[in-house]
Every structure is written in C-alpha cells, then in structure tokens.
Write a protein that binds this ligand. Structure first.
Ligand SMILES: [Fe+2]
Ligand SMILES: [Fe+2]
Length: 256
C-alpha cells in the first residue's frame, strides 16, 4: 500500500495548488491514499470546516494536526465527525486520539502526538500515551505523526517505538529533513517539511517575521503571498515486513 503523506499545509492557497496538481502526482507516483498534516491551513493557524471539506473533496483521506488543532474555534463543532486525528497527549475531551482508515482489506491506525520540548501547552507524556494506545489499537498498520520541535525527542520516540509502529513522521518545524530511514521495519523522518509558499519563513511573510525578531515586540504575522509553492512530504510503502519511506518534494506556481 502506497501512501503520500504531506507535511503541514500552510495557508488556503495551498489548496489551489493541490487542486491543480494532486491528481497528476497520484498518477505519477501510483499513490493509493493521501494523508496530510492540516494544522496550518486556515490563515496559517487551524482548520476551518470549509477548508476541511475542500481537502476531503480533493481526496485527502486523513488529517493529523498539532499545536494549532483548536486555533479555529469552529473545529469544536465538526471534529468529532471528521477524519481528523488530534494529538493524543493533548488532554482534550473532543476529537479522536486514534483515527482508523480503511484501504481495501487493510486498516491503518493514525495517531498524532505532540512533543513536549519547547512546547508551552500542558501535555501528557507522549511516550506513555503511546504505550497506552498500543494496548488498544487493532489494525494492520500504525502511523504516528509526531509534531514537535526537538530532533532528539522525535528520534527517541522513533527508536523507542521501532518495531511497534510502521512509521514515525515528524511535523511542526516546516523544514524537511534528509534523514529518512527504516529501523526495525519502522519508517522515520525527523520532519516531512511543509506545503506552502516558498519565499517565506516557515510559511509566513519573511519581512513580518524579521520585524518580529528585530523589534522584540509581538508583531502580527501573515502567510507569505509568494506564488511559488513547495509540496513536501513522504511516500510510504507499507508491506508487512518491508516498509519503505521515500522523501517527496516538488515545486509549483500558483498561476500555472
Ligand atoms: Fe505547523
Ligand atoms: Fe505546529
């Protein structure tokens, strides 16, 4: 089974890029299913119901989130019925901590976990939370989107759960790393990168971000208006004893 998993989708214009190019990508790479991290779609923070529905209609079968899961208040009204998985160690009484997705006769359990290093939200331990979920999960494959800043925390999670899950895929930094590997049949990458405007600082307008750093004040940020886009992610080949991971990175322009 071949899954294309996109890193954090930043800004609603990325939906237009996907509208124009996802079909050709699926054909070229013989993709069976598409998953994505969708925590930054609407204005760079959160996911509105309108954008959720648009991504669904483009064929994004499952969406994981991160620290911006509840940034758009309306998600509370639709998350329970959506194919969205929220961070399992975020002590919320809304949304799913395991999302089951079917493909032919196979079931995939998708889990989302938030890292605790440099994260300023009260969170349960991601390691102990994963121990608990593993006792409950019944599926053919398990994929974890580990949303965090620290490389060390992501790699620790990967080695700790290698052989127990099929993939640990990092998100949140928006910068794709080149360290994809398979260990104990578990696919790993520290960060899948983002899908968003290229001339940007992790998706946002670069001048606004520079101003924020130089002034020391809390300057507002906006998603970059650059028309060149990158789509970053990974392709997972899940096959019982021979899982594979291939880094995915393509560039497109909003006008063509
Ligand atoms: Fe993000
Ligand atoms: Fe994030």
């Amino acid at each position: 089974m071949r899954i294309l998993y996109f890193g954090d989708i930043v800004g609603e214009n990325t939906i237009k890029i996907l509208e124009n190019h996802l079909d050709e990508i699926k054909k070229e790479y013989k993709i069976n299913m598409v998953f994505a991290n969708a925590e930054n779609v609407t204005g760079g923070k959160g996911l509105s119901q309108k954008h959720y529905k648009q991504l669904k209609s483009l064929g994004i079968a499952a969406m994981s989130m991160g620290n911006h899961t509840f940034s758009k208040k309306e998600i509370k009204d639709y998350i329970n019925d959506a194919t969205i998985v929220r961070p399992a160690n975020l002590n919320a009484d809304l949304g799913k901590e395991i999302l089951y997705v079917k493909y032919n006769d196979k079931t995939i359990a998708l889990v989302n976990m938030l890292g605790r290093v440099y994260t300023y939200t009260p969170l349960d331990c991601p390691f102990k939370t994963m121990d608990r979920l593993l006792e409950e999960i019944k599926s053919d494959y398990i994929i974890v989107d580990f949303h965090g800043d620290a490389t060390s925390e992501k790699r620790a999670f990967f080695y700790d759960f290698s052989g127990k899950v099929d993939a640990v895929l990092g998100t949140h930094t928006h910068i794709q790393t080149a360290d994809e590997e398979v260990y104990n049949n578990t696919c790993y990458i520290t960060d899948m990168g983002m899908c968003g405007p290229k001339l940007s600082i992790i998706g946002d307008d670069k001048d606004m971000v520079i101003k924020r750093f130089r002034s020391g004040l809390f300057e507002p940020l906006q998603v970059s208006s650059d028309k060149n886009y990158i789509l970053n992610g990974v392709i997972l080949d899940l096959n019982e004893n021979s899982n594979k991971i291939i880094r995915f990175s393509k560039e497109y322009n909003l006008d063509n």
